[in-house]
Structure formats: structure tokens, C-alpha cells
Ligand binder design. Structure first.
Ligand code: ADP
Length: 634
């Protein structure tokens, strides 16, 4: 809860920070560079599209004006014919080019979206585990995803900002090129008082008025768009609720509980409460209120500009400054230009609002890899003499006040079997996470062959461990790839690992053998496996890795008693010369270990063989042993 607040206040801050144009521009430039880096082709095609799209209306305006001029004045059939041909050819070419570029841009946009998702996925993959494990990180990622789903705020707005910016600027340039002569064509002296319109002062005042009024229209638009930010928190939360409760009925693993405990009642209660996107929700109220008013005001003001251009053009034509064909050109070009100015100012609003969302995006992408990494290699020792020692290690999870481990000291004897037992929450899994350097301890040291594990290259250090965590995950991929962690593998070795893990009979019954697809996510021919079978595959995966340390966290919880006895009966043989560590609630399965360490409230309170520990009647192990044994002895 506390972490959620922090994330929210961080994003509020980022919205405030995003309120300066220079900051907004810098954020968009950075995001643009990042996107252009992952898909340069998209930006090239989009640039061409934007320019073609912006210039197309001017081609039509220009040629229509020439045709009208010829029709009204000289009426030469051959010239007229040439203008008409040129008009059709040019506007046709623009239309074909625009349509081709549009299609290309659309497909490349989808491709860009996929590449951007991969960028985020890679960030998640490469993050320090401690950051990946934080709720705060997931909240941040969710916020980014939800803002994008809600109204494409964030990274995917950047191409639109670029496209609209380019279109508007090209449109304004095209408009100026076609309207310069509107101001420079003089009204003949015979026109009387209307010659006042020739005065440079008048032209300057008119131009200044147009700029000021356009800016005013823009301000209204910026104001209107800024309301998106105020609805942001409500909308992202609404999106989150909908994302969870809207699709809950589709989830297979929830089907039983929903039916037995009528969970749909709780779900529909949430649907009722979630009014973010309803007709009377925050967004709807804003749209019907201030957002709509400001947006309408902006449009009215821009209509005023168009109106004054009409009046000015008509007056000059009336006074004889130019012909009727030019009226079409000036009015058409000026209207298109006004629209471009309007779009450009509206873009400022989008730019500023989107900057807040980009700040959240960068907050996520900039999470540093703070874990210190040395460069020492864990040289590949064929004798597997890897000696690991915990020396007075204490550890708290980030944001927690409680020590999950306190002053733990233990040394693993190479090639021996160590069992770790203790009640739930006593620190057993945390101990393994520290051993694998998923977290660093706050106090004490963990040493590999006498050297602090932080000084080793991280990947190298990870390679000496095979772990089966309680919450291990298999992928919807072929069985063989799952075991090997790779699409290409040594099939004989995979088969041996599966057989050693007790999966041999099941493998023999699989029609596609190692190529059998696990689960049905991608194919109907996939095989749904039971929890116990999955656990055996996970054990086989650990055996295939063939690392010097093999660690099993509750390795047989999902196995039936026969499979469990089989695994334990042969584990000594399977583990071979590896150093093996077991965490188990079933104390009887630890009896064969060389040493048992008893954890309690983050400390190791007893160590010894089963016989030694069971003889200490005042000890925890005796208590745990008897609690379980009574079910078997009575
Ligand atoms: P065990 O494996 O013995 O059941 P754990 O090592 O999982 O115990 O947990 C030890 C303590 O650390 C418990 O109090 C647990 O609530 C806490 N803990 C475990 N994981 C986290 C986490 N990711 N964040 C905060 N506290 C945690």
C-alpha cells in the first residue's frame, strides 16, 4: 500500500514536471530517438507520409485556381487542357503516394509497437531481481500499460506528435508559399479608399492579429487537452479494475472457485463501482464540461481567423488586386494553413500532457542495475570444489522492517547433502535466494572459495547453481526445450534427466516424445500435465543443467507418496558429486542427508544429523519431528 502511494506521488510529480515546454520537448526527443533506434524505417516512411499528406491539399488548391483563372480570363482551350491534365496527374499522384505510404506506415506502426513491447520485456529481463520483485516496479509497468491502453498516452504518442508536428509545419510553409502574393498584390489606385489595404502597416497588423488569435485558439486547445491529465489517475485505476475483473471469467484456473464460492457476485460489485468510463464518469463529465467548452472555444476562434481571411481576400479582389482564380487559391490555402496553425497549437497541449506519461515511462526504463558485479570468473572446476560459506549474514526485504535472516553462518561441505527445515516463514527460501545472489545481504558476507560472491561475474556465479524453486515455471514449449532451456539440446541427456527425475514412463507414453508441446496455449495437441508431472520436469531441468550445486525447495510437495519415495530413494545417486541442498517440510525425507539445519525466525538454531537432532528433546527439530511422526506411529 505504502509503495503504491509512492508510485502515485511520483507520477503526480512527473505531471507537474512535465508542465514546461522545454521539458516536454526534451522528453519527446529522447523517446523519439529511442523509437527511431528500434525502427528507423518507420520514421523514414512516416516523414514522407506527413510531407505528402500536408502538401496534397495545396496541389489541389493551386491547380483549381489556375483552371478557374483560365476559364474566367483568357479561356484558351489548349492551356486549359494542360492545366486539367496536370491537375489530375498531380492530385492523382499525391493520392496514390499518400495511400501507399499510409498502408506502409500502418504496418510499420504495428511493427514498432511490437518492438517497443520487446524493449520493455528486455528491461524486465535485465533488471536486478530485487527490483523486478518489487511491487513498485510492477505498479509502474502497469501504469504505463494502462495509460497506453486508455488513450495511447506515453511512448506510442510520440510518433503521432512527430507526424502532426511535421504535417503542421509543412502545411504552414505550403500555405505561406501560396498566400504571399495575397499580401503583396497591390490594389490599383483607382480603387479609392480600399487602397488603404496596400499599406504595410495594415498588412503587419492583420498578420499580427492572425498570429495572436491563432495562439489564443491554441491556448484553448492546450487547456482542453490538459484535462486528460486530471482524469489520468481515475482512468488508469478504472482500466486496471477492468483489466482484472473484465476478463476474470476467461481464466481457466479461476473457474472452480468462481463456481463454488459465487465469486461473480464480488466481481459484479466491482463492475458496478467502476464508473471511470461510464456515461457519468469523471472523463465523461470533463468532456461535457470544461474540456468541451475550451475545445469549442478554440474552434470558434479559428473560424474567426478563416472569416477574416475571406473578408480580406474578397475586399482585395473586389478592388481589383487579383482575379477570381486567385480567390480560390488564397482562400483554400489560407484555410488549410489556419488548420495547420490550429493543429500545431493543439499539439502543444498533447506534448505537455504526454510529457507526464513519458516521465513515468522513463522512470521505469531508467531503473538502474545497482547490484555490484565483479569480474572474477568462477573457473570451471572439473573437481567441483566449490566451497560456499555464509558468514554472519543478515537480510531484510526492501521496505520491510523485519529481518528475514539474522546472523546466519554456515559452510557447505563440497559434495555433501544438506537439509534445511523449519516452519513457514522461518527464512528457508530467503536463504536460497541469497545463496543464488538474487538479493544481497545488508550485513555479513557470502563467500565462494573464500572470496565475496559480489566480486564474481554474476552470470558466471549463477551458473554454479541448479535450483527448483517452489514456484518454478515451465513454458508452453516442447518438453525437450523446457528441460534444456534451449531449442537445441542433447536429446540423450534430456531423456536421462527426465528418467532420473521419475518422468521416464510418462515420456515413453508421449507420442511426440521430447517434441511434445506442453500445455494447450498454442496448439490443441499440447499436453496438459499435472502438478506432480510438472515438478518432475522441473527437477529434470535442474539435473540437465548439471551445475555443481543442486538446490530443491520443497521438491516433492506435489508428488504422490510413491513418486516421492522413488525420488528420495535415488536422489543420492542422481545428485552424484554435486553439493545438494533440500528444503523440505517432510522431515522423514531429510533423514538421508549428511546434515540438517533448523531455521527459526530467520536464524539457524540447530544443526546436526537426524539422529543427533532427534535426540535433543528440548530442540525445535524434536518438536517438528514428533508433530509429524504422530500421524505415522499411532
Ligand atoms: P520460508 O521459506 O521458510 O517459508 P521465506 O524465506 O519465504 O520463509 O520468508 C521469510 C520471511 O520473509 C517471512 O516473514 C516472509 O513473510 C518474508 N518475505 C518473503 N518474501 C518476501 C518478499 N518478497 N518481500 C517481503 N517479505 C518477504
Amino acid at each position: 500500500m505504502k509503495e503504491k502511494k509512492n508510485t502515485e506521488s511520483a507520477s503526480q510529480e512527473s505531471f507537474l514536471h512535465g508542465n514546461t515546454i522545454s521539458h516536454a520537448l526534451a522528453a519527446h526527443l529522447r523517446a523519439g530517438k529511442l523509437l527511431a533506434g528500434i525502427s528507423p524505417r518507420f520514421f523514414t516512411v512516416m516523414t514522407l507520409y506527413a510531407v505528402v499528406d500536408a502538401l496534397a491539399p495545396y496541389a489541389a488548391v493551386f491547380f483549381s485556381a489556375q483552371i478557374l483563372k483560365e476559364l474566367a480570363l483568357l479561356r484558351r482551350a489548349d492551356v486549359l487542357w494542360r492545366w486539367v491534365t496536370a491537375c489530375v496527374a498531380c492530385t492523382g499522384a499525391f493520392a496514390v503516394l499518400k495511400s501507399f505510404l499510409y498502408q506502409r506506415e500502418e504496418t510499420l506502426f504495428d511493427d514498432l509497437y511490437g518492438r517497443k513491447e520487446i524493449l520493455f520485456a528486455k528491461k524486465m529481463f535485465s533488471m536486478d531481481y530485487a527490483d523486478m520483485d518489487k511491487q513498485e516496479t510492477h505498479d509502474l509497468r502497469e501504469q504505463i500499460r494502462e495509460s497506453e491502453n486508455w488513450s495511447s498516452w506515453g511512448m506510442m504518442r510520440v510518433p503521432q506528435v512527430y507526424e502532426y508536428g511535421l504535417k503542421s509545419i509543412t502545411g504552414i510553409a505550403g500555405g505561406i508559399a501560396l498566400t504571399v502574393s495575397l499580401f503583396t498584390s497591390p490594389i490599383p489606385a483607382s480603387a479609392g479608399w480600399l487602397t488603404a489595404l496596400n499599406s504595410p502597416l495594415f498588412i503587419f497588423l492583420l498578420a499580427a492579429l492572425m498570429v495572436v488569435v491563432s495562439l489564443l485558439a491554441g491556448v484553448c486547445n492546450v487547456k482542453s487537452i490538459s484535462y486528460w491529465s486530471s482524469a489520468s489517475e481515475d482512468a488508469t485505476f478504472g482500466n486496471r479494475l477492468f483489466g482484472f475483473f473484465g476478463f476474470i471469467g476467461l481464466k481457466k484456473d479461476r473457474g472452480t472457485d468462481i463456481r463454488i464460492y459465487n465469486q461473480q457476485n464480488l466481481v459484479s460489485a466491482y463492475w458496478g463501482k467502476n464508473r471511470s468510463f461510464s456515461g457519468d464518469g469523471v472523463m465523461a463529465r470533463l468532456a461535457m464540461g470544461p474540456m468541451g467548452i475550451y475545445s469549442g472555444l478554440g474552434t470558434c476562434i479559428s473560424v474567426l481567423i478563416t472569416g477574416s481571411i475571406y473578408v480580406f481576400t474578397c475586399l482585395k479582389a473586389w478592388a481589383g488586386a487579383f482575379d477570381v482564380g486567385s480567390i480560390t487559391q488564397y482562400v483554400g490555402a489560407a484555410t488549410a494553413m489556419t488548420e495547420s496553425i490550429f493543429n500545431l497549437t493543439a499539439l502543444l497541449g498533447i506534448l505537455k500532457t504526454n510529457a507526464g506519461y513519458l516521465d513515468t515511462t522513463f522512470q521505469f526504463l531508467d531503473i538502474p542495475n545497482a547490484m555490484y558485479q565483479g569480474s572474477l570468473t568462477t573457473e570451471k572446476r572439473s573437481d567441483r570444489q566449490y566451497d560456499v560459506e555464509f558468514r554472519n549474514v543478515s537480510f531484510k526485504y526492501p521496505g520491510s522492517e523485519l529481518w528475514a535472516l539474522k546472523d546466519v553462518s554456515i559452510r557447505f561441505r563440497v559434495g555433501r547433502r544438506l537439509a534445511i527445515v523449519g516452519e513457514n516463514g522461518s527464512g528457508k527460501t530467503t536463504f536460497i535466494k541469497l545463496l543464488c545472489r538474487l538479493y544481497d545481504p545488508q550485513e555479513g558476507q557470502i563467500l565462494l572459495n573464500g572470496i565475496d560472491i559480489r566480486k564474481y561475474n554474476y552470470r558466471d556465479y549463477m551458473n554454479i547453481f541448479s535450483v527448483v524453486f517452489q514456484d518454478f515455471q515451465l513454458l508452453s514449449q516442447p518438453l525437450g526445450s523446457n528441460v534444456a532451456g534451449n531449442a537445441s539440446y542433447d536429446a540423450a541427456k534430456v531423456r536421462r534427466a527426465l528418467t532420473d527425475a521419475g518422468f521416464g514412463d510418462r515420456l515413453a507414453a508421449m507420442p511426440d516424445g521430447l517434441n511434445t508441446q506442453l500445455y494447450k496455449d498454442f496448439t490443441e495437441n499440447g499436453v496438459e500435465i499435472s502438478g506432480g508431472e510438472a515438478q518432475k520436469i522441473a527437477i529434470a531441468r535442474a539435473l540437465y543443467k548439471d551445475a555443481p550445486f543442486i538446490i530443491l525447495d520443497e521438491p516433492t510437495a506435489a508428488l504422490d507418496p510413491i513418486a516421492e519415495a522413488e525420488i528420495y530413494g535415488r536422489f543420492d545417486e542422481i545428485a552424484g558429486d554435486k553439493t545438494a541442498i533440500y528444503i523440505s517440510h517432510r522431515l522423514s525425507s531429510c533423514k538421508f542427508c549428511d546434515e540438517i539445519a533448523v531455521f527459526d525466525e530467520g536464524r539457524i538454531i540447530q544443526r546436526g544429523t537426524h539422529e543427533e537432532l532427534v535426540a535433543e528433546e528440548a530442540g525445535k527439530y524434536y518438536e517438528l519431528w514428533n508433530a509429524q511422526a504422530q500421524y505415522y506411529t499411532e
